[in-house]
Design a protein around this ligand. Structure first.
Ligand code: ZN
Length: 236
């Protein structure tokens, strides 16, 4: 009942990502609240809810959170977790601001390949990582090339499944550039597969998204794939 009241309603005009971000923040705030003011009279102490939760995890797995090596661990984990999920709070307009330019009749494929990404799988909260290749066919606009890896990070730094990450990268370029087409290919190595359960240590996952002319024209898709392929055999 508590968590329901914090969720945006079904009729909310927010996108799923925005709703996630709000939920993420409200959960953080809720756990911080519980921890505030542990001793009456000392005033409110700002405690990161993630720190206390991490302390709880250490206890649950049978560790001693007081031993030397672990004393600072909750603080470090909280900081790392905030960074690894910082994509929820990112503002796309801020990121691309000033880096959208007139295409000046350039109409051929623009490809940024082998962009490293690091994400967390939403089922196990274990890392998956690899390389993204992102291409688009300009309409009226082009984007500063360094912005493409930054956009990849915005969506990678969340709890993800690789399929959604692939789609979101494609969609954000569609929205920002209104290009004639977008092609995205991700190859990822999932630690939740390698370390637990199936223990398939060498398997990699590839996902693709094609829009516009890339979707309609198999020749363009082949060109994209042959351009990114030369490195596909590299270890991720
Ligand atoms: Zn997983």
């Amino acid at each position: 009942m508590n968590s329901d009241s914090k969720r945006p309603s079904a009729t909310s005009p927010l996108s799923a990502a925005e709703a996630q971000a709000i939920e993420h923040k409200s959960l953080g705030a809720a756990s911080a609240l519980h921890l505030a003011d542990p001793e009456p009279g000392l005033g409110t102490v700002e405690v990161d809810g993630l720190e206390a939760l991490t302390q709880g995890v250490l206890e649950e797995i049978g560790e001693d959170p007081e031993r030397e090596g672990l004393v600072q661990t909750p603080k470090r984990v909280a900081k790392a977790m905030r960074f690894l999920t910082s994509g929820y709070g990112a503002d796309i307009q801020d990121i691309v601001n000033g880096a959208i330019f007139d295409a000046e009749d350039y109409s051929e494929m623009v490809l940024v390949k082998d962009v490293e990404f690091y994400s967390l799988c939403e089922h196990h909260m274990l890392p998956f990582f690899g390389r993204a290749s992102v291409a688009y066919l300009p309409g009226e606009k082009i984007i500063g090339l360094s912005k493409i890896p930054r956009l990849v990070d915005v969506y990678a730094r969340r709890l993800q499944v690789q399929e959604r990450l692939t789609m979101q990268i494609s969609r954000v370029l569609e929205d920002i550039l209104e290009p004639r087409g977008v092609a995205v290919s991700l190859t990822g190595f999932h630690l939740c597969m390698a370390m637990r359960g199936v223990e398939k240590q060498a398997s990699k996952t590839t996902s693709t998204a094609f829009t516009g002319e890339f979707q309609r024209n198999p020749e363009l898709r082949r060109e994209f794939i042959s351009l990114i392929k030369s490195r596909e055999s590299d270890p991720v």
